[in-house]
Design a protein around this ligand. Sequence first.
Ligand code: GN1
Ligand code: MG
Length: 364
Amino acid sequence: MIGTGMEYDFKHIGEVFRLQGTLSRVEPISGGNINKTYRVVYIREGGVEKSYLFQKINTYVFKKPEEVMENIDRVTTHIYRKRGGINVLHFHHTAEGKNYHEEKSTHDFWRVCNYLDSVTFDVCQDIRVLYLAGVAFGMFQKDLSDFDASLLHETISSFHDTEKRLDTLFASVEADAYGRVAEVKEEIDYIASVRQKAGTLSRMQKEGSLPLRVTHNDTKINNVLFHPETYQPLTVIDLDTVMPGLVANDFGDAVRFAANTSVEDEKDLSKVSFDLEKFKAFAEGFIPCLKDSLTEQEIKTLALSVFCITVELASRFLDDYITGDKYFKTLYEGHNLVRTRAQLTLAKDIERKLPQMEKIVAEI
Ligand code: GN1
Ligand code: MG
């Protein structure tokens, strides 16, 4: 469950990162399902306010947080050079020159970066913003197209290996450690019925028919910061899972989130559906950024990737539910089940609309 965050000694952490001024207030930032994030406001000499983003990395999920931070350092440095330093994430360093700090007594693992004045969207009705989100993720990939992938650690192994995710789910179903399986039979039956289809992209990856690129791997559109007035994309955030991967997974995961007519954890399933207009807008922003590098085969997998990644995430939520809610942060009892049902409702609608989605991609 999520705490208030006020149990942490933010003043001390600020000192470790040598931040200037006096700490004035702390505001929790909700949204992420893994790490804990806070905006910490300092008052500097002359009364000027300066905000920072403090994040406590979830070390249950990221077993080697030092490697996560090494990846982030390399990726942000690369992007910084390309973009001339404008609107780039910058992580602060401790006196020992590290971009993270591990608290000795608690083993809490902290990082601090600049706070960009911005807005983000969980549900977005504005077609232009969706188009711009597509551009932001497309450009992110383009910026990293000449980055040496061998420099990156695999921060979570087999992260988007859908086949493996489903194998894990069915093993957990067998074990039924928390006695929750009987309640989710319908969900399990559906996932079993689409197991082959949902694993298509991972199989193609293993066969070597899709190229590995440096990808973001967590492309929810609330990971794009937009300018508060102009809505121009400022930067892409949440770089914990930047790793070699499939371009289709970045596309699919973004669309899974952005083209949903409701939120990811909607309880009222009648509000959940897949919006083809939104899909088209995102695709029109994303695909042209990569048009020179995408292979024929990659283009063919874009529409299907939305289905695969949605089933994959539903399986991850369901697996977490039946294994005792240890991975994703939950706000209430049964939250992971609510998420599963919303994602499966979405997956079914995507499955129905696949031919139309393929047509839209082909036209672009
Ligand atoms: C997690 O932490 P957050 O909210 O950015 C998860 C993603 C899921 C997403 C679903 C490291 O992302 O894979 O798609 O929740 N990140 C990790 O909301 O597992
Ligand atoms: Mg994330």
